[in-house]
Design a protein around this ligand. Structure first.
Ligand SMILES: [Zn+2]
Length: 358
């Protein structure tokens, strides 16, 4: 584990992590969300009728999971899961460098907001921007501008123009902090940590000894009566879960990093040799969901409006074809294919440029 590497560094270098450790820690934090999202998608695709909702609330599911995990790591190890994996901890900037500095409970609470709440809010704003930009590009915003709701349309347009500048400023501030940290003008690498008065330090030898004592499974069952053993079950189960969380999650994260590397551009050679196999047969037609929209009698009709399709668009998750405006609106409201209920998004729409479908 990385903390043991940090342990070897003790005494030879100062407590501040290098920019390489920080970049590695940040890249690991960004791997967790796609992994959770992929797991939820697999679950929703296995039974769209029962688990379809979980995909629609995927970001919220990730938010809850992230809260539980980060809260546990902040309380027990004084850092986020990725910081702990790389042998780092959060310390009060006022006490930095003193070795035994820890976080106040208020700083832990603020850290939790910065670790969980801020990325969630940023993600939601990014998604809103993408959606409004697509609506604007498809002329959906301008078609309503002359009539009611013009105030909201104006607000949406302003957001489309302003948001890229806000995003640019946000990213630039982070970049400046990184540069200042590299040239040792700043002791923190992030404006979020600066705002809550916290900086990162490497784990000390004492921290590692304390953490490994926390993770060890309790041997409380030896030398107890039956009644004492039964009463000890809840606390030992809690300790077991904590221990599994502490020891298991870094292993899961390591495998996620491995999978990320395997499918990355660095590993294209291995994938190309796999792609030289014979062309597989096409996948079977996905089954219409029990409470899904009924298929129309004629293949040229749109399953949603039941009229002859205009402006046809295929949904790549299921393969069914609809009118583009019909399916675009449906996806924005429901986030799934109307026929199969498979989780889908508007970026999975493929416009079909054909003159006559008959
Ligand atoms: Zn239609």
């Amino acid at each position: 584990m990385a903390e043991f590497a940090a342990h070897l560094n003790q005494g030879t270098s100062n407590a501040n992590p290098t920019i390489f450790e920080i970049v590695a820690e940040e890249s690991m934090a960004s791997v967790l969300r796609p992994a959770v999202s992929y797991a939820l998608k697999v679950l929703a695709s296995s039974n769209p009728d029962r688990w379809g909702w979980i995909w629609r609330f995927g970001d919220e599911c990730h938010l809850c999971l992230d809260y539980v995990v980060q809260n546990h790591y902040l309380k027990n190890f004084g850092g986020s899961i990725s910081e702990h994996f790389y042998g780092l901890k959060r310390v009060d900037r006022g006490d930095a460098g003193k070795g035994e500095a820890g976080l106040s409970s208020f700083q832990k609470y603020l850290s939790l907001i910065m670790l969980v709440g801020v990325p969630y809010a940023k993600l939601k704003l990014d998604q809103l921007f993408e959606r409004l930009r697509e609506e604007y590009a498809s002329g959906y915003l301008s078609s309503y501008s002359s009539r009611k709701r013009s105030y909201f349309i104006h607000l949406k347009r302003t957001f489309i123009y302003v948001y890229p500048f806000l995003h640019f400023t946000w990213e630039t501030i982070f970049l400046c902090y990184h540069l200042l940290y590299i040239f040792k003008f700043s002791s923190v690498h992030s404006p979020l940590l600066h705002a809550i008065g916290v900086s990162l330090e490497r784990l000390t030898r004492q921290d590692i000894v304390t953490h490994s004592a926390q993770n060890r499974l309790p041997s409380i069952l030896s030398g107890m009566t039956v009644a004492e053993r039964i009463s000890a079950i809840p606390s030992s189960v809690t300790q077991l879960i904590t221990s599994v969380l502490a020891n298991g999650l870094p292993v899961v994260v390591f495998f996620l990093k491995f999978i990320d590397w395997w499918y990355s551009s660095d590993n294209k050679g291995a994938l190309q040799s796999a792609m030289q196999l014979p062309v597989p047969p096409p996948p079977p037609q996905p089954k219409p969901a029990q409470h899904g929209v009924q298929l129309p009698p004629h293949p040229a009709q749109c399953p949603l409006c039941k009229k002859v399709r205009t402006n046809p668009a295929a949904l790549s998750s299921s393969g069914y074809v609809f009118c583009y405006p019909c399916i675009y609106k449906y996806l924005n409201q429901h986030g799934c294919c109307p026929v199969t209920h498979l989780p889908s998004a508007s970026k999975q729409l493929v416009r079909l440029y054909v003159d006559d479908e008959n």
